[in-house]
Design a protein around this ligand. Structure first.
Ligand code: OGA
Ligand code: MN
Length: 286
């Protein structure tokens, strides 16, 4: 384990961890990885051999796993693993084809949002399919003092239901299933602070996103939307972002408490991007 190396990937965030096989390290090595996770927010492990059980047991070292509401995209026999895929069998997608196509933090629409997510690349297309992460510590820290004061004590409403969010589109594949699909599987709205404090680092991070945030509780509707527009434009600045171009058998893990992320899309029709995803439940944001 002495040859473990941690190399930063960009000015914004992210590091690659070289010289380890996920699932084979002891407590001391895990502590080092955990420290790097808190410091860099996204870690990339390359060339991993990660059968479902191994991915699940690695994720469990970070906490209790969650099961995604979109149950039809679970890996058969492994309900904790969700398939993200452009693959179709008999005209039907084998996993979720559109997960993450607007900026978001995983499961911010639930009472106990995701601490970290882990995504493993099984098959990678020749073109497209990148992922971007943006640093929400920096997004908060670069706000004006006046804006920071304005956000103090504000709470935002988050929903899974795309039909209730004018900032996002409903993918064709779900439009056909009608509004009931979201009404059926969406949990009740969640209310979280607009600025959250990371429970481990103690740092403040902006905690809203275009995919899930639909209003500010303490403000009249129009004022809340104007404020969200301003914050959403601010949080996606290039300087805050690391863009990952996947290789087959990359594993990434990211801290949803201090970043937002985006599936960049652009995979040509017929090309396959096939990923296994696991999510670890976090605490109630404060
Ligand atoms: C996710 C997600 C982005 C991607 O798995 O939570 O947003 O690029 N994925 O697949
Ligand atoms: Mn996501």
């Amino acid at each position: 384990m002495s040859d473990m190396q941690i190399n930063p990937l960009s000015e914004a965030l992210g590091a690659e961890v070289i010289g380890v096989n996920v699932g084979e390290f002891d407590e001391a090595a895990f502590d080092k990885i955990h420290d790097a996770f808190l410091e860099y927010q996204v870690l990339v492990f390359r060339n991993q051999n990660l059968p479902p059980d191994r991915q699940v047991s690695f994720a469990r070292r970070f906490g209790e796993l969650d099961i995604h509401v979109q149950k039809e995209s679970a890996l058969p026999g492994h309900e904790e693993i969700q398939i993200l895929s452009t693959k179709k069998i008999d005209g039907k997608y084998v996993g979720s084809p559109s997960a993450g196509d607007n900026w978001h933090s995983d499961l911010s629409y639930s009472d106990l949002p995701t601490l970290c997510s882990m995504l493993y690349a099984m098959e990678i297309p020749e073109e497209g399919g990148d992922t971007e992460w943006a640093n929400m510590y920096t997004a908060y820290e670069t706000l004006s003092d006046e804006m920071k004061r304005q956000l103090d004590g504000l709470h935002a409403r988050h929903t899974y239901n795309r039909f209730r969010n004018p900032r996002v589109e409903v993918p064709e594949v779900y439009k056909g299933q009608g509004k009931q699909r979201y009404a059926d599987i969406a949990p009740p709205d969640a209310i979280h602070p607009v600025v959250r404090t990371h429970p481990e680092t103690g740092r403040k991070a902006l905690y809203i996103s275009e995919r899930f945030t639909i209003g500010i509780e303490e403000l009249p509707e129009e004022d809340g939307q104007a404020l969200l527009d301003e914050l959403i434009a601010h949080q996606k600045q290039r300087d805050f972002i690391y863009r990952h171009k996947w290789d087959q058998h990359d594993l990434t893990i990211w801290d949803n408490r201090c970043l937002i992320h985006l599936a960049c899309g652009g995979v040509p029709e017929g090309q396959i991007r096939h990923m296994h995803r696991v999510i670890v439940r976090g605490d109630k944001p404060f």
